[in-house]
Design a protein around this ligand. Structure first.
Ligand SMILES: Cc1cc2nc3c(=O)[nH]c(=O)nc-3n(C[C@H](O)[C@H](O)[C@H](O)COP(=O)(O)OP(=O)(O)OC[C@H]3O[C@@H](n4cnc5c(N)ncnc54)[C@H](O)[C@@H]3O)c2cc1C
Length: 464
């Protein structure tokens, strides 16, 4: 039987995972990438930021080593090595993806693609134009930095997340415009390296969508780290005259920050990668490509996955969508479920969430109850001296079904998956309570918070 030909435009997390899955299921696969396979996540996003997070963590661990009986003198940050380490990790991972694509016999083409018609894709390569005939097309062109209309936003020297990953010399001060995930991750990274950080956020709180109690905890931790956060403030102008001056208005009062560098972290928006979508009649919704829950566009042989669909702009959503799209093309009937998507934020400490927040449970008029447990009451966490943070679990008061969890604290981004599995499988809190958790581990905070939902944790007494 003739193999199905699938052509994927964009080799980021959505595109390259779709390519591997398609090859596994027996398709003939073309993958077109104009820059580097791995896309934003591997080259300029998830992985390089986490390399910097780990360097920052190492530096603060060394500064706090004395408590553990380890004497270290004169620790300092060498940004050139920090960046070199980050580049090395990215190179290895990109090489790994290239190897996997080769092993799966994916035809990787370096160049910029456009869709000529439903069954034809053209690629502008260094050697000239290449034309591919195809049965299916998957658009995985990702997203770009969203720039908000601020006077002077294009002033030379203003950083986006891409340049902020390559600062070989530390500035004395940095203003971060935007207190979302990317902005707050950079705030904690550069603060740990000793940079004076000022975050300006337009909304009334940082990290939109995250449980209020968690953002309050992060804000008080940030204050102790001397990260200055101003919310409900609109930046109106950025000027450069030696240093940068950042003008903002809060409650009708104008203020100006004087800083050495400015980072724009006002979010990201879907990018169509220059594809002729209008010509083909591919429907869009707002600034994203419109897809159904099988990732099919309004054209039956054209699919879209990842940030370009504007659903949830996260790498693990992009790769999951890539798999679902390919499985549908290959005859399986699968749908994406966006209700149970964990999110991981690499501030210090980490934050992770899944399912409903307390605010959402109230909004939905659910009869719920909350179990909580502070990290400082966990034995293993005490040995690490990472006492900050807590976990919340939200359950339906009547059925005891687990509805959501928010965690702030060490290893939060790993811990969230036990609860993700529980919510996905509609488990009740008793299923977690009756599961033996190894001692001493950070996962015991989940067990304790679960116990707290229906009668009280064993190693903590609430005083309220
Ligand atoms: C600083 C930062 C940190 C982040 N951290 C995290 C994190 O910790 N966890 C997380 O889940 N997510 C994180 N993200 C988000 C994550 O990177 C994205 O959700 C993910 O990369 C989306 O994958 P994608 O395949 O849709 O798009 P991308 O990874 O952006 O890939 C799209 C690819 O398409 C290519 N392309 C575009 N147009 C064309 C064309 N016409 N022809 C050929 N190629 C084309 C591009 O060159 C690009 O490589 C972060 C993002 C940033 C910016």
């Amino acid at each position: 039987m003739k193999k199905k030909v699938i052509t994927i435009i964009g080799g980021g997390t959505g595109g390259y995972v779709a390519a591997i899955r398609a090859a596994q299921l027996g398709a003939e696969v073309n993958l077109i990438e104009k820059e580097k396979v791995g896309g934003t996540c591997l080259n300029w996003g998830c992985i390089p930021t986490k390399a910097l997070v780990y360097s920052a963590k190492t530096y603060s661990d060394i500064q706090n080593a004395r408590r553990f009986g380890i004497e270290v003198e004169d620790a300092s940050v060498n940004m050139k090595r920090v960046i070199k380490n980050k580049d090395g990790i990215v190179k290895q991972l990109v090489g790994g993806v290239e190897f996997l694509l080769k092993k799966h016999k994916v035809n990787v083409i370096q160049g910029t693609a456009d869709i000529v018609d439903k069954k034809t894709v053209s690629v502008d390569t260094k050697k000239g134009e290449e034309v591919l005939k195809t049965d299916y097309i998957i658009i995985a062109t990702g997203s770009n930095v969203k720039k908000v209309p601020i006077k002077g936003i294009d002033t030379e020297g203003i950083l986006t997340s891409k340049e902020a990953l390559d600062l070989k010399d530390l500035p004395e001060s940095l203003a971060i415009i935007g207190g979302g995930v990317i902005g707050m991750e950079f705030a904690f990274i550069y603060s740990a390296f000793g940079v004076d950080i000022k975050v300006v956020e337009y909304l009334d709180d940082i990290l939109p969508g995250v449980d209020k109690e968690i953002t309050n905890e992060l804000r008080s931790i940030a204050k102790r780290e001397r990260i200055k956060i101003t919310t409900g403030a609109q930046v109106t102008e950025i000027k450069k005259d030696g240093n940068f001056s950042v003008k903002y208005i809060k409650k009708d009062e104008e203020d100006i920050l004087d800083v050495e560098k400015v980072l724009i972290a006002t979010g990201r928006e879907p990018s169509f990668g220059g594809l002729s979508l209008d010509k083909l009649g591919i429907e869009t919704e707002g600034n994203a490509i419109k897809v159904d829950d099988t990732l099919q566009t309004n054209l039956d042989n054209i699919y879209a996955v990842g940030d370009v669909t504007g659903k949830i702009l996260l790498a693990h959503v992009a790769s999951h969508q890539g798999i679902i799209a390919v499985e549908n093309i290959m005859g399986q009937e699968k749908k994406v479920d966006y209700d149970v998507v964990p999110s991981a934020i690499f501030t210090k400490p980490e934050i992770a969430t899944v399912g409903l927040t307390e605010e959402e449970a109230v909004e939905k008029d659910i009869d719920f109850t909350v179990g909580k447990f502070p990290f400082r009451a966990n034995g293993k966490i005490k040995t690490m001296n990472k006492r900050k943070g807590f976990i919340k679990i939200i359950i339906d008061k009547n059925t005891h079904q687990i509805l959501g969890s928010s965690i702030i604290g060490v290893h939060a981004t790993d811990l969230i998956h036990e609860l993700t599995l529980a919510i996905k499988n509609e488990l009740k809190i008793e299923d977690v309570i009756e599961t033996i958790h190894a001692h001493p581990t950070t996962s015991e905070v989940i067990h304790e918070a679960a116990l707290d939902t229906i009668g009280g944790a064993l190693h903590y007494v609430r005083i309220n």
